[in-house]
Design a protein around this ligand. Structure first.
Ligand code: NAD
Ligand code: DAU
Length: 335
């Protein structure tokens, strides 16, 4: 079985490649990745003998057509993925997330291939902190940012191609991932590498925003569960009951790294900052039998801190440029 993994040099995609090669001897992989600032060849170190790595753009229709024709299954991770970037420069998000997904859909339609589309819980907008509700597959789409609106658009394209052209596709919408090989622009790796650099963590606004954390390996095991057992045309929410507010995450990181729990700064808030995400993954658990394997967020966080401590060679090349970019829009409001 040959699997085309788009975005396989990014955070979740590269972990998917490692997990798949470690657990599925029958699978061969082709990675299609544009190697943007978020893609890293180093994330695929050690897999070169079993994975073909193609540098290319998912909006390149000829390339996508050829690679799709040569595979049995497409797992589509490639995206512009960072909300802050989508606020400063939205166009690459429209280009990759919308036009790129359209390009893949047309190719899988022509060649009759199966597609699994990776999406996000952000398409549902946000919840109030005191709202007992969580997102389900029936929650209406209400995205807030350019990033989440382009992901919503990509989901709707997939649904339309299933209904109108009978494309064999499934969709998953997952909550916030953490784990190894995540770009240092994202919340958890940014704070871990700040502490390693002797810099105080940076919390947006009041820091009470809640995210529903899941380890990247649990996400990717859920993706395989949906590929193996999911119903064509259906959407599954993936989440591990991991709601934590950002201030608590920063406290935990500081404590696990031997610092004072209050040694962080409040900085300029993100425009339109979603307050809370929360996933109800009952459908995936009851219908397909998936459950997360990571025992707790704190244990996963400790393992992630250990990974960044041991892999400075991986994150150092991206750290300075990332912080220079943040410095243009963020200033310290209080300590
Ligand atoms: P990432 O930014 O780490 O990786 C994205 C990858 O896509 C990079 O390797 C990049 O080079 C590649 N890419 C970007 N534009 C491309 C293009 N035009 N053609 C080919 N490759 C291109 O992102 P991630 O965090 O690994 O997210 C992967 C997917 O999972 C995305 O679709 C995202 O929306 C979704 N998702 C992410 C999370 C999360 O918490 N990170 C949660 C739910 C869903
Ligand atoms: O919910 C799934 C989504 O999770 C994915 O679709 C996105 O691709 C992924 O980037 C992530 O989006 P968020 O915007 O939630 O993640 P981010 O890591 O950017 O921020 C997490 C929270 O931490 C959010 O409330 C903003 C806050 N934050 C972020 C940074 C970078 C800070 O307080 N300080 C920071 O320095």
């Amino acid at each position: 079985m040959r699997v085309l993994v788009t975005g396989g040099a990014g955070f979740i995609g590269s972990n998917f490649v490692h997990l798949t090669l470690a657990t599925r001897p029958e699978v061969e992989i082709t990675v299609l990745d544009a190697m943007t600032y978020a893609g890293s060849r180093a994330s695929l170190a050690g897999v070169e003998d079993r994975a073909e790595i193609v540098r290319g753009d998912i909006t390149d229709a000829d390339l996508v057509d050829r690679l799709v024709s040569q595979c049995d299954l497409v797992v589509h991770f490639a995206a512009e993925s960072h909300n802050d970037n989508s606020l400063s420069e939205p166009w690459p998000f429209v280009h990759t997330n919308v036009v790129g997904t359209y390009t893949l859909l047309e190719a899988v339609r022509r060649h009759g291939r199966r597609l699994h589309h990776i999406s996000t819980d952000e398409v549902y907008g946000d919840l109030e902190l005191d709202d007992p509700a969580r997102f389900t597959e029936a929650t209406p789409y209400n995205p807030s940012s350019p990033y989440s609106s382009t992901k919503g658009a990509s989901d709707l394209l997939v649904r339309a191609w299933v209904r109108s052209f009978r494309v064999d596709a499934t969709i998953s919408n997952c909550s916030n991932n953490y784990g190894p090989r995540q770009h240092v622009e994202k919340f958890i790796p940014r704070q871990i590498t700040n502490v390693l650099d002797g810099v105080r963590p940076k919390l947006y606004g009041d820091g009470l925003n809640v995210r529903d954390w899941i380890h990247v390996d649990d996400h990717n095991r859920a993706v395989w569960t949906i590929i193996d057992k999911g119903e064509i045309g259906e959407t599954y929410l993936i989440g591990a009951d991991g709601e934590v507010d950002n201030r608590t995450v920063v406290h935990d990181i500081l404590e696990l790294m031997g610092q004072g729990a209050d040694d962080y700064d409040h900085v300029t808030d993100r425009a339109g900052h979603d307050r809370r995400y929360a996933i109800d993954s009952s459908r995936l658990r009851t219908e397909l039998g998936w459950s997360p394997e990571y025992p707790s967020f704190r244990e996963g966080l400790a393992a992630t801190i250990a990974w960044y401590r041991q892999h400075e060679d991986w994150w150092r090349p991206m750290k300075d440029a990332t912080e220079r970019k943040y410095a243009l829009t963020q200033s310290v409001l209080s300590r």
